[in-house]
Design a protein around this ligand. Structure first.
Ligand SMILES: [Zn+2]
Length: 117
């Protein structure tokens, strides 16, 4: 799998800022039964190079001790739709997709954009 062109940027923040994605498919929906309110998952395609990403966002609601909701966002490169669904199913089982995904990725940790490039 060839890495997306956004990984040629100097920083993760720059990569996200310069990225241009189109949604190929939305896997939905609210994360019922989970502590997060938005389990939105999408298959995205880079408009520049065609690389595919599984994108998922989670939002933890403010729990009283904090006035801010915390959002996390992950961009996980995948070879194809089937691979995206495999990772998504793993996530639904464990809620810890980012731990089991060991390839290059970009994520927002609630404060800043990070990557493991
Ligand atoms: Zn690209």
């Amino acid at each position: 799998m060839k890495n997306c062109c956004i990984f040629s940027c100097t920083t993760a923040w720059e990569a996200v800022r310069s990225s241009s994605f189109e949604a190929v498919e939305e896997f939905g929906g609210e994360g019922e039964g989970y502590s997060w309110s938005d389990g939105c998952k999408k298959l995205l395609r880079c408009k520049n190079c065609g690389a595919l990403f599984l994108n998922y966002r989670m939002k933890f609601l403010a729990m009283g001790y904090s006035s801010d909701d915390i959002s996390y966002s992950y961009y996980l490169p995948v070879s194809n739709r089937v691979e995206a669904i495999e990772y998504m199913n793993k996530f639904m089982e464990s809620g810890r997709l980012s731990d089991s995904y060991d390839k290059i990725k970009i994520w927002f940790d609630g404060a800043k954009w990070c990557w493991n490039k």
